[in-house]
Design a protein around this ligand. Sequence first.
Ligand SMILES: NC(=O)c1ccc[n+]([C@@H]2O[C@H](COP(=O)([O-])OP(=O)(O)OC[C@H]3O[C@@H](n4cnc5c(N)ncnc54)[C@H](O)[C@@H]3O)[C@@H](O)[C@H]2O)c1
Length: 340
Amino acid sequence: MLRVALVGCGVIAPQHITAFAKQQERASLVAFCDLDREKAEHARLLYEQRLGRASQSRIFTSYNEVLEEDTIDAVDLCLPHHLHAEYAIAAARAGKHILCEKPLANTLEDCDRMIAAAKEANVVLFHGENMRLDPVVNRAAEIVREGRIGTITGLQQTYAHWQPEAMNRGWRARPEEAGGGQLMDAAIHHVDILRHIGGEIVQVQAMTTQHRPELGPQSEDTGVLNFRFQRGHLGQLFAGHATRNRGGSPLLTVFGTEGSLTLEAFWPRRGLVWFPANNEPQVLIENHHWQESFDAEVAHFLDVLLEGVPLRATPEEGRRNVQIILAAYESARTGQLVEV
Ligand SMILES: NC(=O)c1ccc[n+]([C@@H]2O[C@H](COP(=O)([O-])OP(=O)(O)OC[C@H]3O[C@@H](n4cnc5c(N)ncnc54)[C@H](O)[C@@H]3O)[C@@H](O)[C@H]2O)c1
């Protein structure tokens, strides 16, 4: 039984709590830590509701006290971006395994320090990019690998979301803490999807703009990113936090010489559609839900720690996503195409 502390009980905590409750045979959330005690208590209550029973879980308002506990094996860091590096490194030094929400960190130097600290302490540093484990995204990657759409000739991705203003009242509105604006916070998921399905990205060209200063006066809320992939094909991402009523579902089409794939990860009835060259389109996955990506993430974290399964959500992948986003910021600033 893996004993885990959930650290940071804000917006994304319920998805992690739900996923851990489904794994109650293998893992237990033994601690909830937040600077705001009420949030930690609320998270514990939600966990108990999901378990359908009371728990012995403890409440902490100090992370250092969590790290001093011998009864905790791992931390699940659901914290503002600027804390990821410092908190993950401290966990590694305390001998705890780490699940760290995306982005891995705000700078490549911090990513490197985290990776080195985990290696040195011989603990697992799991990059908490839920899209990497998402069943629809993985099935799409598999179909591409099997050659069922031939050779990729391009990828086009839309992330169109109306970010709730309440989410951006604190650290998210401050680029020095969030590591940027919408690109570092949200588009980074879609960079991970594009790389997972399309292969490595080697050139980035980007433009950004702002429609909603209330989300962060110095932050972009919309970006268009063009990519050249290692295998020669091109890809494009439109990512917006100022797009009303389309939903946050990643909508991706992968075009190939023998067919195409359309992936609408979180919409019922058309999660994944395959358009073969000489046949009718086939719906391969339907009735998919966002929570499934977190369920798969937590299940894989436990498979890695308890069953010795090789880690698929590696911190090196997380670092590469950060590198692509930093390249996009550089391109938007300079107007130049950036090699990565
Ligand atoms: N995978 C996804 O789809 C997804 C979605 C949303 C957020 N996220 C990620 O989750 C992480 C957290 O985002 P969020 O939206 O939940 O943020 P949030 O601001 O809602 O929650 C962060 C929590 O951390 C607490 N906190 C801050 N400093 C702390 C400290 N020093 N010690 C203990 N607790 C502290 C805050 O009180 C708050 O409750 C980020 O990395 C974000 O990018 C991922």
